[in-house]
Design a protein. Structure first.
Length: 507
C-alpha cells in the first residue's frame, strides 16, 4: 500500500468517525447557540427597557396604575406577531405609543425582537436590580398619594362616603405595603379587595385589624389607629367594589430616580423605606414596638452590616418571629440603603436596657384616654399595694410600698409570657454585654438575653466567637431568656434560673 492509498484510507476513516459525531452533536450546538443568542437579546433588551419602558410598566415589570404588568404568563406565551405589533405600533385608545422608527419611535426591528425575547424569557427581579443599579428605584413598597379632590369624589358617593374616604386614606398610608395598592395581596398579606372578605362580619374584621393575626406579619393596629379609624378602614374595605365601580382607584407612585453616588440621596431612600416598611413594627426612628428597638447600642454594636442585611433578606430567625423576608421584595440597592440608614443611628444610639422590649405602646383602655387637666383624679381609699394610707387625709403616711406586687416584680418570669422550654447546641457568633448571638446546626442564627447586664458582667462565663455551647431557655414576650448555658469548649457552666424559675440574681 503506497502512501497515497494509506492517506486516503485514514481520511475516509476520519470522515466515517467525525461525521456521525458531528451529526450527533449538532443539535446540542444549535440549542446552545439559541440559548446564547437569547441571553444576548434579553441582556440588551433589559437595558432598553430600563431606559425607556420602566417608568410606565415598572422597574420589575409589575405595572404601574393603569399600565399593565409585563411580568405575567399571558404575555410570556403570547403570539410573536401580537407582541411585535403592540410594541411597534402601540395600542389604540391607550397611552401605549408606537415604538418602531417607522411609527415615530426609536426602536428598529432587531431591538423590538430583543424586547420580545425579554418579555418571554427574562427574570424580572433581575431587571429590577438592573434598574436600581442605575438609580431607578421601583415602587416596590407603594404608598400612593391621595389628594383631597379624589377623597371628595369618594365622599360624594354615599351618605357614608366620608367614612369610606377616611378609610381609603388610612389604607393608602398604612396597608398597601402588605395588601397591595388595589388590595390584590402579596407574599406579606392576603388579598383584601375580595367578595370573600366583604362577606365577613364587621366585628370579625375589626377584631382582626385591632388584634392582628398571631404567627403572621399582620400585627395589632390598636396601638397605631384609633377605634374610629379602624372602623373607617373596615367600612372602606366593605365598599371597595362600589368605589371602584365609579372609576375611583388608588394609583401606585412612579419609580424615582436617585444618584447612587450621593450618600444623602441613598440615606433619604433608606429613611423612606424604613418609614413606609419597618416603622410600623420597629417604631418611629427605630424606637421599638411590636419588633425590637433597632436604634440602640446593643443591637447596632452586636450586628454587622452583613447580619442586618441577612435579616432583611431572609426575615426573622428567632422562634415565633413575625419578621417577614424582604429579599424578594427589595432590590439590593434598596436593602443597602436601608442598612446604611439603620447604621447611621449608631453614633447617637441610646443604650436600651432590653432592646427586644417589654410591651411598648398600648396600655389599658382606661389609661389611654386623653387627660383632662380640669378634672384631676383625687386618690381615694387604700391601694392594693399598701402604698397610700389614710384615704383623702392630706397627711397620709407611706406604707410598705411594693410589698404586694407579686413575684414578677421580684424578677420571676411571668408564666403568662413564657413559651415552652427549648434547648439548642451551637456555636457562638458574638457575645456583647448580655446579648448572645449563636448559630445552630441548620445554619440559623439566634439570639438570647443573658440576664441583666450587671449580673452577666459579674457572674457570666467567657463566650468567645467559635466556642461550642449548649443552652436551655424559653421565649418571654419577644425575646429568648436562658435557664442555663454551658461553654462546651471550656467546660464552664452558669445557671441563670433556679429549678422553680426564679432568677439567680434575686437570691
Amino acid at each position: 500500500m503506497n502512501k497515497y492509498t494509506f492517506t486516503s484510507v485514514i481520511a475516509l476513516l476520519l470522515l466515517i468517525i467525525i461525521l456521525p459525531v458531528y451529526a450527533y452533536l449538532e443539535p446540542f450546538r444549535m440549542e446552545q447557540a439559541q440559548v446564547d443568542l437569547r441571553e444576548e437579546f434579553v441582556s440588551d433588551a433589559a437595558v432598553l427597557y430600563v431606559q425607556n419602558c420602566a417608568i410606565c410598566h415598572g422597574a420589575s415589570g409589575e405595572g404601574i396604575g393603569a399600565m399593565p404588568p409585563l411580568d405575567n404568563d399571558g404575555l410570556r406565551t403570547a403570539d410573536y406577531d401580537f407582541l411585535y405589533k403592540t410594541i411597534a405600533r402601540g395600542r389604540y385608545e391607550t397611552t401605549m405609543a408606537g415604538w418602531h422608527t417607522e411609527e415615530g419611535g426609536i426602536f428598529n426591528d432587531y431591538q423590538i425582537d430583543e424586547l420580545i425575547a425579554m418579555i418571554r424569557y427574562v427574570d424580572w427581579p433581575q431587571v429590577g436590580e438592573l434598574a436600581a443599579a442605575q438609580g431607578l428605584i421601583p415602587p416596590t413598597l407603594p404608598v400612593p398619594e391621595v389628594d383631597e379632590a379624589f377623597l371628595e369624589e369618594v365622599a360624594a358617593l354615599d351618605p357614608a362616603g366620608a367614612v369610606w374616604a377616611e378609610g381609603m386614606q388610612i389604607y393608602a398610608n398604612n396597608c398597601t405595603i402588605c395588601h397591595g395598592v388595589n388590595g390584590e395581596g402579596s407574599d406579606l398579606g392576603v388579598p383584601v379587595n375580595t367578595p370573600e372578605l366583604r362577606a365577613e362580619g364587621t366585628e370579625t374584621l375589626i377584631n382582626t385589624v385591632t388584634g392582628g393575626v398571631p404567627g403572621t406579619a399582620m400585627v395589632a393596629w390598636d396601638n397605631v389607629l384609633e377605634p374610629g379609624e379602624i372602623e373607617a378602614v373596615i367600612a372602606f374595605l366593605q365598599n371597595w367594589d362600589v368605589i371602584e365601580g365609579q372609576g375611583l382607584a388608588l394609583t401606585p407612585p412612579e419609580p424615582i430616580q436617585i444618584d447612587l453616588n450621593n450618600p444623602e440621596e441613598v440615606l433619604a431612600l433608606g429613611e423612606r423605606l424604613f418609614t413606609t416598611t419597618c416603622a410600623v413594627c420597629h417604631g418611629e426612628n427605630g424606637s421599638g414596638g411590636t419588633g425590637p428597638a433597632l436604634n440602640s447600642q446593643q443591637v447596632l454594636t452586636a450586628n454587622t452590616d452583613e447580619q442586618i442585611t441577612n435579616t432583611i433578606i431572609n426575615g426573622g430567625h428567632r422562634p415565633n418571629s413575625t419578621m417577614p423576608a424582604f429579599g424578594d421584595r427589595l432590590t439590593a440597592v434598596e436593602i443597602g440603603a436601608l442598612v446604611d440608614y439603620i447604621r447611621a443611628w449608631e453614633p447617637t444610639a441610646p443604650v436600651v436596657e432590653n432592646p427586644r422590649g417589654t410591651a411598648q405602646g398600648g396600655g389599658p383602655p382606661w389609661l389611654n384616654a386623653t387627660p383632662d387637666p380640669d378634672n384631676p383624679v383625687s386618690p381615694q381609699g387604700q391601694g392594693q399595694g399598701g402604698g397610700y394610707q389614710g384615704g383623702a387625709n392630706p397627711d397620709f403616711q407611706r406604707g410598705n410600698q411594693g410589698q404586694d406586687r407579686g413575684q414578677s416584680d421580684q424578677g420571676q418570669a411571668d408564666p403568662g409570657t413564657m413559651g415552652p422550654t427549648v434547648q439548642y447546641t451551637g456555636e457562638v457568633v458574638a457575645a456583647n454585654e448580655n446579648l448572645l448571638t449563636f448559630r445552630v446546626a441548620d445554619g440559623a442564627t439566634l439570639e438570647a438575653m443573658l440576664g441583666p447586664p450587671f449580673f452577666w458582667s459579674e457572674s457570666g462565663i467567657p463566650l468567645n466567637p467559635g466556642d461550642q455551647i449548649e443552652l436551655e431557655g424559653f421565649e418571654s414576650l419577644d425575646h429568648m431568656e436562658l435557664n442555663w448555658i454551658v461553654n462546651l469548649t471550656t467546660g464552664e457552666r452558669v445557671d441563670l434560673r433556679t429549678p422553680d424559675g426564679m432568677p439567680v440574681w434575686n437570691n
